[in-house]
Design a protein around this ligand. Sequence first.
Ligand code: ADP
Ligand code: MG
Length: 268
Amino acid sequence: MSGTAQAALPRLSVQDLSVTYVGRNGEKTEAVRDVSFDIADKPGVGEVVVFLGPSGCGKSTILKAVAGLLPPTKGKVLLDGQPVGEPGRDRGMVFQAYTSFGWLTVQENVEYGLKLQGVAPKERGERSREVLKEVGLLDFAGRLPKDLSGGMKQRVAIARTLVNKPRVVLMDEPFGALDPMTRWGMQGLLLDVSRVEDNTILFVTHDVSEAVYLADTCYVLSSRPARILHRVDIPSFAERDIHLKSSNEFRAIEKKLLDMLYAPQPAA
Ligand SMILES: Nc1ncnc2c1ncn2[C@@H]1O[C@H](COP(=O)(O)OP(=O)(O)O)[C@@H](O)[C@H]1O
Ligand SMILES: [Mg+2]
């Protein structure tokens, strides 16, 4: 088997990605400059890669380029060695804003994409109930989104993405609108999900504590235009629970990342 060559192919490879927006009057905003990173394909293992950077630095722009929602000005994005084009089911996206259809039940929302793909009702039902169970919403399968709390609505959005079995899940500050308690709960849920699912989660945040809690690998970004300042491998803490956040080990890494964020930045 040509296993060695295949194993060497990264799941996601972003090479010299640069994005400059051009406004209506021709004014330019350079949002991302020469961002390169590889995410290895570790079969059977989910991985969380976090991009941490100040507000407005270009984080969403990086995710949108990976999603295929905007064309890079320069550079390329390869998924399993293939250039990404249009948005596709192999890359699921979860935004901060809730994105469910208000007139469909929770389960119908999760099944919606499968229905469009022509998946038969029986399989749709099985797959949607499986992911609803994973995100703890099985008891709410028949409810409408308006009956759900913010955290539960985001769990619907996550379930809608997972049901497609994407290779990469792109999450753009997905918990930014949630209160702190709910937010911690959602972070825990995401870690549980990433242990079960064999997909790579690309997670964007400006919250240092969230980055340390979730990441296997964290890329620290500069202010705009986003450039990668540092790559930090986060230790695999014995137990990721709520007490971890007040531990000395956790605080030390938080401080390290904060110092990186607030160090004098390279000239733009
Ligand atoms: N469609 C657009 N046209 C022009 N400028 C944009 C557009 N989208 C984002 N920007 C600008 O690009 C910069 C980076 O934006 P963004 O990627 O959304 O940052 P972040 O997600 O890190 O807050 C910001 O200065 C923002 O105003
Ligand atoms: Mg953003």
